[in-house]
Design a binder for this molecule. Structure first.
Ligand SMILES: Nc1ncnc2c1ncn2[C@@H]1O[C@H](COP(=O)(O)OP(=O)(O)OP(=O)(O)O)[C@@H](O)[C@H]1O
Ligand code: SF4
Ligand SMILES: [Mg+2]
Length: 353
């Protein structure tokens, strides 16, 4: 399935896309949360090989009006987690809930209209739009199919114009085709198309990484402005640490399928509790050389087919202890709403620093 057809399925019937926690799990769960991942596992079957466990025991939540930034090296499972969050890939264990309702995998069961307001922005804006349909028509389709609104042409034109202006484009571009726009403009159109469905929660998977530097900053600011203004919740997946630091209220750090640290962005960045978070931040080239994730941290990236025993980070961890090689650490509440999955983390340690 292409990103374009996936994106269409999001805006069309039957539905869109899509502490030491109990049992040592990361994240929280409860009333008021928009999106909740609860002990989520996602595996990919491979012919003739053991399945790849791309996401293991991931728990996180996204509340209205907040941006949760998800970071980690390439291949750690960010996209898999994001796609499972909107029902594009099935969990092999655990559960995804949106406003308390279980998110079924797209195509497996009829979706409730409630789930139309859970949407996704993709990395490649060109692939997420239909190349043969004028952009205004695509946004109007999303209004009708995403919200169920029965608009006449005049009302649709007005609403499309307002959406284009909301994402910083002129209403006059509605008659153009996607190939007539730059990457940044195209991503604005893709965002307008998602906004047309009146989402309450958006999973944005690397929405800026295919763009040039100035468009990256503009689109990140646009998304942050939309969240602040509309109060929707956003899971923002990015390998650009500086952007996550700038716009995310909370940061979630993933390593090799597992969430290893989560907490308020400034806390995690100023006093990272997990050795992997420290390694990530420490490996950022500086000064002024940008702050994308390093392509590789020191040490070998494990083979997904043969994950290390014990703590998955132990072969690369500068603070490894004997027990790390055999035992799997659980989440420790290092501060309020701030958790680290490491044997060296102590309950409440952040508060005494
Ligand atoms: N369709 C698939 N079939 C089999 N394995 C897959 C599939 N998609 C992803 N994987 C594997 O799952 C793991 C996680 O991949 P994923 O794309 O979620 O990582 P990512 O963190 O988004 O990486 P990137 O930063 O490069 O986008 C990787 O080992 C990847 O090779
Ligand atoms: S549990 Fe051990 S190997 Fe894993 S991050 Fe902590 S110190 Fe390092
Ligand atoms: Mg990815």
């Amino acid at each position: 399935m292409t990103a374009s057809s996936l994106a269409s399925s999001f805006a069309s019937e039957p539905a869109p896309s899509p502490g030491s926690a109990p049992g040592g799990r990361m994240g929280t769960s409860g009333p008021g949360r928009l999106l909740e991942l609860d002990d989520l596992d996602v595996s990919y079957a491979r012919r003739g090989h053991a399945p790849v466990r791309a996401v293991i025991g991931a728990s996180l939540s996204v509340e209205a009006g907040e941006i949760v930034g998800l970071v980690g090296e390439s291949g750690c499972g960010k996209s898999t987690l994001g796609r499972a969050a909107v029902g594009l890939v099935p969990p092999s264990a655990g559960e995804v809930r949106y406003r308390g309702e279980r998110v079924e995998t797209l195509g497996r069961a009829a979706r409730s209209p409630e789930l139309r307001s859970l949407q996704m922005v993709f990395q490649d804006p060109y692939a997420s739009l239909n190349p043969r349909r004028r952009v205004g028509r695509q946004i109007a389709d999303a209004i009708r199919l995403g919200t169920g609104a029965k608009l006449d042409d005049e009302a649709a034109t007005r609403r499309v114009a307002a959406l284009l202006e909301r994402v910083g484009l002129s209403a006059a571009v509605a008659h153009r085709f996607p190939h007539e726009f730059s990457g940044g403009q195209c991503q604005r159109i893709a965002i307008a198309r998602v906004l047309a469905t009146e989402p309450s929660c958006v999973v944005a998977d690397e929405p800026i990484s295919a763009l040039d530097a100035s468009a990256q900053a503009q689109i990140a600011n646009l998304l942050a402005g939309i969240v602040a203004e509309s109060g929707l919740g956003m899971l923002f997946i990015s390998h650009d640490l500086s952007v996550v630091r700038k716009i995310a209220d909370r940061t979630v750090v993933m390593y090799f399928g597992r969430i290893v640290e989560t907490g308020a962005t400034e806390a995690v960045w100023s006093q990272p509790a997990h050795p992997y978070t420290r390694a990530l931040i420490g490996a950022i080239p500086r000064p002024g050389a940008g702050s994308a994730l390093p392509s590789e941290l020191p040490g070998d990236v494990p083979d997904p087919a043969r994950p290390p025993s014990g703590c998955r980070f132990h072969p690369r961890c500068p603070e490894v202890m004997e027990r790390c090689r055999t035992e799997d650490p659980v989440a420790i509440e290092v501060g309020p709403g701030w958790q680290s999955v490491c044997f060296r983390s102590q309950p409440g340690q952040a508060a005494v620093k």
